[in-house]
Design a protein around this ligand. Structure first.
Ligand code: C2O
Ligand code: CU
Ligand code: CU
Length: 477
């Protein structure tokens, strides 16, 4: 009896496997086949666009939301059910769209079974006790209500779990969502801002589906050192999907949502596009570029002009030469939009106002990654900061045989990059940031004014490094 069951399951498994491989070959084959390039109608996946979470409070200056972190399953590759985590759904989460000045209440329910979780608002300038870091645990089957007021400028932020030592796994299985802030500037600029029409979020992640098609999170030597990387690129949770875009200017809000991969985004033909915003808001002026490097958790808003292409044209979005998804040029836009010469004014923080300079050295490898020789300890405050003071943080990633890239992130504040390797930062880093990528041998000088009180984290945003202890705490009082 047992033998028969084993044979039946192996045959079933083989059938699924062969089906999967055949599917993989056909989809890959058709995309590289030039004659099929203009064929809009195909069996391919349409890019999912995360829905905007309904605001349950009718008041203009208040918003109320419900989020549930839950277990689910989803089909990434045809014929295979993958177990996942999601917020209010099967994978990733809805978009929370809030206005500057709004008071936001979020009820968060933990339905993950045995797991504790938290929800961290990455990039939000809010007090430490609502930041959602490792101290604000939501026990299994419990819920919390968190409340904060949005006081910062328009930006593309995100939310994700942050439980001690478990962030990597929970994000990997699907917990992440976008938080979009709008203000007078974002609403008055003539840029594309019609969500899902000419303004699209693109959450880019890499994942590994194992032989059973599951997102198994088992760290080996390699992933302990470099972080968890995968060979299956997903955009908004879909593999190799198509997005039909108007034949005009289109705004893309890119989030590098990978646990560890540094991505270099480009269009397959090397066409130019304009970066209009970095992590914390608009740049002063659009920056023209033909590729864009984002470390884990960095965001960028860009405008691509698809009017340069014929209707029906298929253009790949790539990470170096790996295809992530395809844009299909559709009809003329109904609305005309622009790439303005000036987007906003960035008030540059004055370095002469600085009271304290601190150093942060990113070092170690594998399980020993650390900052200034220390690993995360919940009971230790590493840096004490006076409220409302302006500081310079000198962050360095010394080069040695073992060094690798580290994206350095600070909670509760948006900073500016004063210098990269002793020089002015590149133009697209001259706005507001909350995460900065340091390649081996690089150093940056950051400047920030700490306007929120409480305990916050700073850490490497390679989630396996964070979980291993490449994180510290600062208190603003
Ligand atoms: Cu995106 Cu400490 O996190
Ligand atoms: Cu954060
Ligand atoms: Cu790191």
């Amino acid at each position: 009896m047992k033998k028969i069951r084993i044979i039946v399951t192996s045959v079933l498994f083989l059938v699924i496997l062969i089906g999967g491989v055949a599917y993989f070959l056909t989809t890959n084959g058709s995309a590289s086949d030039q004659s099929n390039k203009n064929n809009i109608a195909s069996t391919k996946t349409t890019l999912p666009i995360p829905e905007i979470l309904e605001d349950e409070n009718p008041d203009d200056d208040q918003a109320e939301y419900h989020l549930t972190a839950q277990k689910s399953s989803k089909t990434f590759v045809r014929g295979i059910e993958t177990e996942t985590y999601g917020y209010n759904g099967d994978y990733l989460g809805p978009v929370i769209r809030a206005k500057k000045g709004e008071e936001v209440t979020v009820h968060i329910q933990n339905d993950l079974g045995e797991e504790e979780t938290t929800v961290h608002w990455h990039g939000l300038e809010i007090p430490g006790d609502v930041d959602g870091g490792p101290h604000q645990v939501i026990a299994p089957d419990e819920s919390i209500t968190t409340k904060f007021t949005i006081s910062q400028r328009a930006a593309t932020l995100w939310y994700h779990p942050h439980p001690l030592h478990k962030t990597g796994e929970q994000v990997y299985k699907g917990l992440a969502g976008l938080l979009l802030i709008e203000d007078e500037v974002s609403q008055s600029l003539p840029i594309p801002d019609d969500y899902g029409v000419n303004d699209f979020p693109l959450i880019i992640q890499d994942r590994n589906l194992n032989e059973d098609g599951q997102l198994s999170y088992n760290l080996n030597m390699m992933s302990m050192m470099h972080g968890m990387e995968g060979d299956t690129p997903l955009v908004n949770g879909a593999y190799d999907a198509d997005l039909e875009v108007p034949r005009g200017k289109v705004r893309l809000r890119l989030l590098n949502g990978s646990n560890a991969r540094v991505s270099q985004f480009q269009l397959e033909d090397g066409a130019e596009f304009w970066q209009i915003a970095s992590d914390g808001g608009f740049l002063e002026k659009p920056v023209k570029m033909d590729h864009l490097v984002l470390g884990p958790s960095e965001r960028a808003e860009v405008i691509v002009d698809f009017s340069l292409y014929e209707r029906g044209k298929r253009i790949e979005l790539q990470d170096q030469d790996v295809r992530l998804m395809n844009f299909i040029v559709g009809d003329e836009p109904t609305e005309s939009t622009e790439i303005p010469e000036q987007l906003t004014r960035v008030n540059h923080i004055d370095p002469t106002e600085v009271s304290t300079v601190r150093e942060f050295v990113l070092q170690g490898m594998g399980p020993h990654v650390n900052i200034n020789g220390k690993q995360m300890d919940m009971d230790r405050i590493d840096e004490e900061i006076d409220w409302n003071e302006t500081e310079i943080w000198e962050v360095s990633n010394p080069r040695n045989r073992m060094s690798m890239e580290h994206p350095f992130h600070v909670h509760g504040v948006q900073f500016q990059v004063l210098e990269r390797n002793g020089e002015d930062p590149p133009e697209n880093e001259q706005g507001w940031k909350d995460t900065v990528l340091l390649m081996p041998g690089e150093d940056v000088k950051l400047i920030a004014t700490f306007k929120q009180k409480g305990v916050f984290m700073y850490h490497c945003h390679i989630l396996e490094h964070e979980d291993a202890g490449m994180m510290g705490q600062f208190q603003v009082e």
